[in-house]
Design a protein around this ligand. Structure first.
Ligand code: UTP
Length: 407
């Protein structure tokens, strides 16, 4: 993009302040800023501050495969899953592009040490969990790691420094997710440094298009991978490429599987699996009426009680079909560091603007059929969102110990 083109587009969107001080920038900085301006998704920015339409369709229940049902067919599911893993049909995708702001560290979240008497990093826990399956199946499983511009170099260096925690380095591939510009409450683009727009990772929902853009679909195809298991960086207990889950998903003939935990109570703040206009979907706790949140089936279980834990299996063939479909944009209020027009850096204590995100949960809506697959919360769900309190390093440590992990 040329400077004149930038002036035209910024004028049209009432954002010309972005070019203040442009002449004082180095040629490289100027080029960087013009690239950032060219990459702005103006449709996304246009929804800042506007009340978002409630676009949910008709919500009806979607039954999960329960723990009892899984136990009754465990051997069969596991055998099918292991056979497909040995056939190289599965790849794992670690979503590690988030900023982990709640932890209050500038380092990648996976570098957090959960050990007490030894070093045991979040990344290491995840690799250990995946390695259990690699060992059991006696085969390799590719691991694709999504980072962001902000943490890519640190993440790669950390894995290299630790020798990939014993994982085969040729099976680990990194890719960088897209960034989105952030605005203040008046919808004005913020600058994080002279000549640099304040940007942040655009949510975990763009993972498949980012993986494709990075050229890694070639790797997926070359290896014969037909399923991708996406998972969050912060759940240190999660099973990855779990053969029983994979086998159950395959044998049910669906194009998506979703690990779920039973909601602890009707008020718990977690999204749950449902059907939306006949498609699998996730309804957030604040979108459920009281009546729906409290509804129980004949066995006394919550009808909308299958809480999602960000561990999904997706059929690659389906992902390729829906890759170019528009996903809803979520606007979130955040604390966004910025520089004033005098060039002073401000790190706000309170939210001061909006960031824009696509979410992986919205991808489930684009699948034809999804199998919600129940797991035991205490065995598979220990998210680290905060240092202390709910879903924290403290609670995760306790859960790891309960599951026999020496800290
Ligand atoms: P969270 O919603 O917990 O966000 O991400 P976060 O950025 O890690 O943490 P906070 O909210 O700033 O404290 C859930 C998962 O999605 C990934 C995260 O790395 C985590 O595994 N994620 C999130 C991305 O990969 N990219 C993003 O843009 C956002």
């Amino acid at each position: 993009m040329t400077r004149d083109e930038a002036v035209a587009v910024l004028t049209a969107h009432n954002q010309l302040h972005v070019l203040e001080g442009f002449d004082q920038l180095t040629a490289t900085q100027q080029e960087g800023l013009l690239d950032q301006i060219a990459a702005i998704d103006w449709d996304m920015l246009a929804i800042a501050g506007k009340k978002q339409e409630d676009s949910k369709g008709e919500i009806t229940p979607l039954e999960s495969l329960t723990l009892d049902e899984i136990a009754a067919r465990e051997e069969e599911f596991k055998a099918a899953g292991l056979a497909a893993i040995r056939d190289h049909k599965i790849g794992a995708v670690l979503l590690a592009g988030g900023m982990g702001t709640r932890l209050g560290s500038d380092r990648p979240k996976g570098e957090l040490n959960v050990g007490l008497t030894r070093e045991l990093y979040i990344f290491e826990c995840l690799i250990n969990n995946l390695m259990d399956v690699v060992r059991e199946a006696g085969t390799s499983i590719p691991l694709y790691i999504m980072t962001s511009e902000k943490n890519d170099a640190d993440t790669r260096a950390f894995f290299a420094e630790h020798d990939y925690f014993g994982y085969a380095s040729e099976d680990v591939k990194f890719f960088i997710q897209d960034m989105a510009a952030a605005v203040d409450y008046d919808g004005k683009l913020l600058m994080e440094a002279p000549g640099r727009l304040a940007t942040s990772p655009n949510g975990n929902g763009g993972w498949f298009s980012s993986l494709a853009r990075a050229g890694l679909l070639d790797d997926v195809h070359a290896r014969g991978v037909e399923w991708l298991n996406i998972f969050a960086v912060d759940n240190v207990l999660q099973k990855i490429a779990d053969p029983t889950f994979f086998g159950a998903t395959l044998l049910h003939g669906v194009d998506c599987g979703s690990k779920v935990v039973r909601k602890a109570n009707p008020e718990e703040k977690v999204g749950v699996m449902c059907c939306e206009d006949g498609h699998p979907s996730i309804v957030e706790y604040y979108e459920l009426s009281d009546e729906m949140a409290n509804a129980r089936d004949a066995k006394g279980n919550l009808v909308y009680g299958a809480g999602v834990i960000l561990n999904y299996l997706f059929a690659v063939s389906r992902l390729e079909k829906i890759m170019n479909e528009k996903m809803p944009v979520h606007v979130v209020e955040k604390k966004i560091p910025y520089i004033t027009s005098e060039g002073t850096l401000v790190k706000p204590e309170e939210p001061n603007g909006y960031k824009f995100e696509l979410l992986a949960v919205d991808m489930v809506r684009l699948m034809e059929q999804c199998l919600p697959y129940e797991v035991v919360r205490e065995h598979e769900f220990a998210p680290i969102k905060n240092l202390h309190g709910v879903d924290s390093l403290d609670t995760a440590r306790e859960l790891l110990q309960q599951n026999g992990v020496a800290l």
